[in-house]
Write a protein that binds this ligand. Structure first.
Ligand code: 5AD
Ligand code: SF4
Length: 453
């Protein structure tokens, strides 16, 4: 009997979620069936993340658990994909004998062959990075739903000194505009309503033609016109490359979400320079101010690293100061984690663990307070939400999202269905959630350019 059940787990960022769909697209074409139970699988794949040490530790733990399935089913193939595969290469197999294949992010087309090698009892290793691979022509395997991710560019050329991504995902390259638009058209036909365009640094997107060059703002403008009832989001933006043209494009199209994820990383110019972030705090704050003028009501989220090498108490306070000035709607906050092979790895990791933890906690507390205050300000206002389903906590409530990416909870009402746009009045707020009452439905035609979604 042919072995053809594949089970996959995804760790890390949304790029990995999108890559998992590409991997399943490739395997399904070869006749594999997807299973959601590891016990039923002939092939188990872990699509991994290397961004911080604890991400890798988690995956080592999971490999340890899955070992027991191999005792029961010795023919089972266990594969590691993604950033950890690329970073550790053959070492991963030497260290973890249970691992049969190690395949990096640019070698997924050859995955079926590596799996066959493993079925024949050998180890398969594919970790070459490519300057051109974008999986442009691969149809990702997606379950039906409301939200989808499309990776529009791969890799990163920024080389922030703390970050392993340029080494694990290689050089920047973009997909063709046409292939992205075709994918959006298909998603629209299938009823998807919320699509995020992904890249490590989407503002570097380029589709070069002899007579004209298409940049990320052009791609967004084209994406917005596919279906006006579909919300378009994007992530991640680098503060050095976010153009005025992009801001005006967001302002112009009602279905381009008024939400920008703009990692600041630190509020200290000295630390930003050591991080090779290539902008100053002043440049960053000017950008925020400009974006707020051009796109009224735009919301921002950020990434912050606490305890980078040589970070002093003053540097830490400068980060808190930036948070208070910008007043982010949300933040992803991390302790610095040294990654082998990066420039910062050679710097002395001199901020003690307890100090990193204390600074991180302070940053989290400040953000919590800001999110709470900002959400309180929304009480009494009307918002349009896309209804996503029942609330996680109670079947008596429905959850939806504003275009600024805030979750709103409203009482169940038979008029309201998944995928509807509804206007709600906010009546209560915590730091993470808004609560509202239903007011009315908002109908948006595919061609409608007058209504914000
Ligand atoms: N340590 C801690 N955080 C990191 N990030 C990237 N590399 C590291 C590291 N070595 C964070 C950055 C980035 C986000 C995706 O992860 O804030 O924006
Ligand atoms: Fe890493 Fe910097 Fe590239 Fe983001 S921009 S992926 S933090 S190197």
């Amino acid at each position: 009997m042919r072995k053809n059940n594949v089970y996959i787990e995804t760790y890390g960022c949304q790029m990995n979620v999108a890559d998992t769909e590409i991997v399943l697209g490739i395997l399904k074409k070869q006749g594999y069936e997807v299973t959601d139970k590891p016990e039923n699988a002939d092939v188990i794949l872990l699509n991994t993340c290397s961004i911080r040490e604890n991400a890798e530790q988690r995956i080592y733990g999971r490999i340890g658990n899955l070992k027991t399935l191999k005792y029961k089913n010795p023919g089972l193939v266990l594969g590691v994909l993604g950033c950890m595969a690329e970073r550790l290469k053959k070492d991963l197999i030497d260290e973890k004998k249970v691992v049969d294949i190690v395949v990096g992010p640019d070698e997924y087309r050859s995955l079926p062959e590596y799996i066959d090698i493993a079925f024949n009892g050998d180890k398969g290793i594919g970790v070459k990075l490519s300057r051109t691979e974008t999986y442009d022509d691969i149809e990702p395997h997606r379950e039906d739903g409301l939200s989808a991710w499309i990776s529009v560019m791969r890799g990163c050329d920024k080389f922030c000194t703390f970050c392993v991504v340029p080494y694990t995902r290689g050089r920047e390259r973009s997909r063709s505009l046409q292939s992205i638009i075709t994918e959006l058209e298909n998603l629209s036909l299938r009823g998807f309503k919320d699509v995020t365009l992904l890249g490590q640094n989407v503002n570097s997107y380029r589709d070069e033609h002899p007579d004209n060059e298409v940049d990320f703002a052009d791609l967004l403008a084209a994406a917005a016109q596919v279906d006006r009832s579909m919300r378009i989001r994007f992530t991640t933006s680098h503060p050095q490359d976010l153009s005025d043209k992009l801001l005006y494009t967001i302002a112009e199209h009602p279905n381009l979400c008024n939400y920008i994820h703009l990692p600041v990383q630190s509020g200290s110019n000295r630390i930003l320079e050591l991080m090779n972030r290539t902008y100053t705090v002043e440049h960053y704050l000017n950008l925020i101010e400009k974006a707020r003028k051009i796109i009224p009501g735009v919301s921002f989220s950020t990434d912050i690293i606490s305890g980078f090498p040589t970070e002093t108490w003053e540097d830490h306070l400068a980060t808190i100061e930036v948070m208070k000035q910008v007043r982010y709607d949300g933040a992803y906050m991390f302790k610095y984690s040294p990654r082998e092979g990066t420039k910062a790895f050679k710097m002395f990791d001199d901020v003690p663990e307890e100090v990193k933890s204390k600074r991180l906690q302070e940053i989290i507390d400040v953000q919590h307070q800001i999110s709470f205050e900002k959400n309180q300000e929304l009480i009494g206002t009307n918002e349009i939400i896309l209804v996503e389903g029942l609330s996680k906590k109670s079947n008596n409530f429905i959850a939806g999202r504003t275009d600024t990416n805030k979750v709103v909870i409203v009482p169940v009402d038979e008029k309201i269905k998944i995928g509807d746009y509804v206007k709600v009045k906010i009546n209560k707020a915590t730091s993470g959630t808004l609560f509202g009452d239903y007011i009315s439905h908002i109908e948006i035609a595919k061609e409608d350019v007058t209504v914000s979604v």
